[in-house]
Design a protein around this ligand. Structure first.
Ligand code: TRP
Length: 367
């Protein structure tokens, strides 16, 4: 499987965990959208993974819609990116079982999330596996199936997911060792966190610290939050150091370069108060995300458009996954490989063709 001979396929899963914030945008959404300009891309809502923790069906469904609407509102082009819901592609779950049969249990024992759960139980003097679901334990298997089903080469993720991608690679190697060169070996593309993005209190921006700036919050809420940004007590007249100010650190990420240079100068000269700097930041956030917020609201108000976009992506994703599964089934000796694929292809022909969609999308991009 020489992956060096074609333009690498990128793939990433987005766990639906509620409203995204500025840190998510700068750290993962924007870089992923940029990658999709240059590579064939598969991006999906990882709703199956969210099920390991969510017990509220309405919330799971709403968060899935929100995350899909977020990416579309921020510019994901569904003609370029195969954009789908994980749970709509049954081939992924099928591949997960087959991978489970060639994956050592010891590999899963080493997963950080599982080890953390065990450590908590041990500290509380409980059974190692108390309250640990099999879904948490096999989370890395599902993620490997996501990646391997689509034949992804590059998986852009944050550092916290690096181990999972390495495990996917190990699982592909294990499968190939047993059955021949069938699965492509993926590598993680680590997205470094935007190093200088502080939250309102100066710690790293994160929902768990409640210090984030939501991307699409109501304007009053964004204003209220920006006004909470911690500063020192310098008066408006005093010169200030832009490099240590959280307002400036946020502003430089969202404002055009010339405006950032202007603000830097006014910090250094003195005469710019923190209140005015906050107002300027609020205006920059509105300028940058105002239209996207309107698009997001429209997509959420009538989710039929969302459904149509995801259905188109799902068809293309299923087509790709079905091809992989046909090879995998044949390799291991399970039935239906050819029959399944030809059924899919007949369906595609009738539907006008996700295959046609995928290849048309590729040729539009000149890939
Ligand atoms: N586990 C990832 C996260 O928590 C989401 C995810 C699911 C994913 N499947 C994936 C990421 C496949 C990359 C590739 O963020």
């Amino acid at each position: 499987m020489a992956s060096s001979q074609h333009n690498p396929i990128v793939l990433t899963g987005i766990k639906p965990t509620g409203q995204p914030h500025l840190g998510n945008y700068l750290g993962s959404i924007r870089p992923a959208l940029e990658l999709a300009e240059r590579h064939p891309a598969y991006y999906f809502v990882a709703d199956g993974h969210a099920l390991t923790t969510v017990r509220d069906p309405a919330r799971l469904a709403r968060h899935s819609d929100e995350v899909a609407a977020t990416w579309l509102a921020l510019g994901l082009d569904p003609e370029r990116v195969v954009f789908y819901r994980q749970s709509a592609v049954p081939e992924i779950f099928e591949l997960m079982w087959i991978l489970a049969c060639t994956t050592a249990k010891g590999l899963l024992n080493r997963a950080h999330a599982y080890k953390a759960a065990v450590a908590l139980n041990q500290a509380a003097d409980r059974d190692d596996d108390a309250d640990v679901q099999v879904g948490l334990y096999t989370y890395p298997l599902l993620m490997a199936a996501d990646i391997l089903a689509m034949g992804a080469d590059l998986v852009p993720v944050g550092r916290d997911q690096q181990q999972h991608v390495e495990m996917a690679r190990d699982m592909a190697l294990g499968f190939n060792r047993a059955f021949g060169q069938v699965l492509k070996l993926p590598v993680a593309l680590i997205q470094s966190e935007v190093p200088t993005l502080p939250g309102l209190d100066g710690r790293k921006m994160s929902k768990s610290y409640d210090n984030e700036i939501p991307l699409f919050g109501p304007p009053e809420e964004i204003r209220r939050r920006v006004m909470r940004i911690v500063t020192d007590s310098r008066s408006p007249e005093e010169p200030k150091d832009p490099e240590t100010c959280h307002i400036f650190a946020l502003y430089r990420q969202v404002a055009p370069g010339a405006a950032v240079a202007g603000m830097r100068q006014r910090y250094q000269q003195g005469g710019l108060g923190y209140r005015e700097a906050k107002e300027t930041l609020i205006a920059a956030l509105e300028g940058r995300f105002g239209q996207a917020r309107t698009r997001f609201a429209a997509l959420m108000a009538d989710t039929s458009q969302l459904a149509a976009v995801l259905a188109q992506g799902t068809a293309a994703a299923r087509y790709q996954a079905a091809q992989t599964l046909a090879r995998v089934r044949r390799a291991v000796g399970l039935a239906r490989a050819e029959a399944q694929l030809s059924t899919m292809m007949a369906e595609n022909a009738v539907a006008g063709g996700p295959a046609a969609f995928a290849s048309a999308a590729r040729s539009r991009r000149g890939l």
